[in-house]
Design a protein around this ligand. Structure first.
Ligand SMILES: [Zn+2]
Length: 319
């Protein structure tokens, strides 16, 4: 049996003895007003946090309520990002019938009950370093800085009417501080495991300080090293199966304005519109004629720029 399936089964086994409020979740079942909720495998092929999660819940040394859930267990079994649609995009409309929409309907009340929501992800392609990524929210940004463990934070402007909504955005829209972290490249690897381990321990420390010792999160944040902030300012559409990025781009690779980043369906080069860093480069499988397999991801890459002025003011501006 493949290792990630063994890990999933081990989690599900432990969970049957101490289940959380939804299927495929574990909880320490402590009666407490303070509730930390952690998600793993929101994308089914991002299971690199599972070894750390298992170690963490087995230690079970929490003096507040903790729930951990597997976002998309069916996709984990298939080793794919999702089965019918991306679980991390369906939270605007929970009335649809897809497997992921049904799962989101189960997850939503659990997230709404949290005092902090932590969503553990991994990138599709390699990354120069791990990073936090979520739409800007002041309290959540304080939590990210307070927990630290990584040095980079990528954010997106606030949208008034989003077409899609991530788990993180669903949490924030219900007033729950919420962090999404990209631990490293997808799958089981030592760097993702060690970082997940560190982030989980540090999250417990900070959570205790805030909810049990009543220290304001802004105070803990200000005593922690500032994160390098980026904001996403360009998203390049993946609008033709023949469109292709140049080889070997990694997450957080720097790019310069005017630099060629690949070729479109007519063989014409496309260029970085600004100085920044590359995020989420896509290299789908292609047929012998160079056409990417369908369905195409929406974006072939996104570009993020360093934030130099007050992020809070800047990011409240319209996109
Ligand atoms: Zn993910």
């Amino acid at each position: 049996m493949e290792r990630h399936i063994e890990l999933l089964n081990e989690f599900l086994n432990i969970s049957t003895k101490s289940p959380g409020s939804i299927p495929s979740s574990w909880s320490n079942q402590i009666e407490s007003q303070n509730h930390l909720v952690v998600a793993a495998c929101t994308h089914g092929n991002e299971y690199g946090s599972l070894p750390a999660i298992l170690k963490w819940i087995k230690s079970n040394s929490f003096d507040f309520r903790v729930t951990v859930f597997i976002g998309n267990p069916e996709a984990v079994k298939k080793n794919t990002r999702f089965v019918e649609e991306d679980l991390n995009r369906v939270y605007t409309d929970l009335s649809r019938n897809s497997l992921e929409s049904q799962r989101a309907k189960e997850i939503a009340p659990l997230i709404q009950d949290a005092n902090l929501f932590l969503d553990l992800h991994q990138t599709i392609e390699p990354t120069l370093s791990p990073f936090y990524i979520f739409r800007y929210d002041k309290t959540s940004a304080h939590w990210a800085r307070a927990i630290g463990c990584v040095t980079e934070f990528v954010t997106k402007p606030i949208l008034s009417n989003p077409e899609t909504m991530t788990q993180n955005e669903f949490a924030t829209s219900h007033g729950v501080p919420s962090l999404t972290i990209e631990l490293g490249p997808k799958g089981l690897n030592r760097s993702s495991e060690l970082l997940a381990d560190k982030v989980l321990s540090r999250t417990v420390e900070v959570f205790r300080s805030v909810y049990l010792d009543k220290v304001p999160i802004a105070d803990i944040s200000k005593k922690s090293p500032a994160l390098s902030m980026f904001k996403i300012t360009h998203q390049e559409s993946f609008d033709h199966p023949q469109k292709a990025l140049k080889k070997g781009l990694k997450n957080l690779d720097p790019c310069n304005k005017g630099e060629s980043l690949g070729k479109d369906e007519n063989g014409k080069e496309f260029y970085a519109p600004r100085d920044g860093v590359i995020l989420f480069p896509k290299y789908p499988e292609r047929d012998s004629k160079g056409s990417a397999h369908l369905p195409l991801p929406h974006k072939i890459y996104v570009l993020a720029e360093v934030v130099t002025s007050d992020p809070e003011l800047e990011l409240k501006l319209k996109e």
